[in-house]
Design a protein around this ligand. Structure first.
Ligand code: FES
Ligand code: FE2
Length: 356
């Protein structure tokens, strides 16, 4: 295996934020906001309060009362207004202070910061950059997660590691036979490198597994045993917030008029929490074997595998955090790291655009 220098790319400095604000990030899942539920979540270093209004849309604002700083998520809703639990200051869903119980008038400058938020079920997307720059057209949507011909499972992990460690992890699947020996990796041969491509601002890898038996995660409910089939994996870092993986499975023995193509997808949606921690929402879906127990089975295998990644990434981050000079930690890259290095440059381009 040959190695390439990392050039100007650097490991992550825990002292600096390495995420752009001008981007739609996942803030949570639609099904978290049941009637009257207040969700508090730190996103991009800011504590955000999320709740569903009576018209079904979602409100997002800073989770800190401007009186004496209690998290508003400890209070309660009065219609669409939020009441602080400490001295009863009341705010509209637009973040405006509308009532102080002990006096008639409210100071005019009493307002909380609010954030544009868009629901594309099953996910909620938030914009934390300057409000005027938010473009709803740029919000991602995954309609197949609402399609009855697909089955899916999803979850959320709070990972104590910089989100780019996960971005790089999902762009380099050569970790499968090591980290996921029993979950994902059993049959696939990752020794030959993937092909890496730049598609506009997106970074992708493509890897073909032709004439091979299917790994158990894909074979479940096809029950093809050792049958030799063709599979193309494509993983893409769509933006720093989103990675989409699709396995396209083709049965070369399908007769005329018989179904020959099957899709399995993973979404890896990463939102920084702090400089050294992140939220990881994943979704795993397929358009075959759609039955009542399928979702639970997909969830169980994906949960186990992603817990394996979490353990590895958190151990790496601990070493970065403990280092007195994190930028000087040596790092040698392999050919398989090309996608990860391209993702670092993708991020760099976002950061540069933002600083202009
Ligand atoms: S801290 Fe919220 S009302 Fe006083
Ligand atoms: Fe993994």
């Amino acid at each position: 295996m040959s190695s390439t220098p990392i050039g100007q790319c650097q490991p992550y400095d825990p002292r600096n934020a390495n995420y752009p604000l001008n981007l739609w990030w996942v803030a949570g899942r639609s099904d978290e906001l049941e009637d009257g539920k207040l969700v508090s979540r730190k996103l991009l270093g800011t504590d955000v309060l999320l709740y569903r209004k009576s018209d079904g849309s979602v409100a997002a604002m800073e989770d800190r009362c401007i009186h004496r700083g209690l998290p508003l998520s400890m209070g309660w809703l009065d219609g669409d207004k939020i009441v602080c639990r400490y001295h009863g200051f009341k705010y509209s869903h637009e973040g405006k202070l509308v009532e102080i119980p002990t006096q008639e008038r409210c100071p005019k400058r009493g307002a909380l910061r609010t954030f544009p938020i868009v629901e594309r079920a099953p996910f909620l997307w938030i914009w934390m950059g300057p409000e005027g720059e938010a473009d709803i057209e740029e919000v991602s949507d995954f309609p197949w997660l609402r399609d009855p011909n697909w089955v899916w499972a999803g979850g959320h992990l709070n990972i104590m590691a910089n989100y780019m460690l996960l971005k790089e992890n999902v762009l380099d699947l050569t970790h499968f036979p090591f980290v996921h020996q029993t979950t994902f990796g059993a049959l696939d041969d990752y020794e030959a490198a993937a092909t890496f491509v730049q598609e506009g601002s997106r970074v992708a890898f493509i890897k073909e597994f032709n004439n091979q038996p299917l790994s158990p995660i894909y074979n479940k409910d096809l029950e093809w045993g050792d049958r030799l089939v063709n599979r193309t994996d494509k993983g893409m870092s769509v933006s720093p917030a989103e990675h989409l993986f699709t396995a396209t499975i083709v049965d070369p023995n399908a007769g005329p008029g018989e179904r020959s193509e099957y899709l399995f997808r993973f979404q890896h949606l990463t939102t920084p929490e702090t400089n050294t921690t992140h939220h990881y929402w994943w979704a795993a879906s397929r358009n075959y074997g759609v039955h009542d127990d399928a979702s639970a089975w997909i969830a169980s295998i994906a949960q186990t595998a992603f817990a394996e990644d979490k353990e590895v990434l958190e151990a790496i981050q601990r070493r970065i955090n403990e280092s007195p000079a994190p930028l000087e930690l040596p790092e040698v890259s392999a050919i398989a790291d090309q996608g990860g290095l391209m993702a670092r440059r993708q991020l760099q381009a976002y950061m540069e655009r933002e600083s202009r």
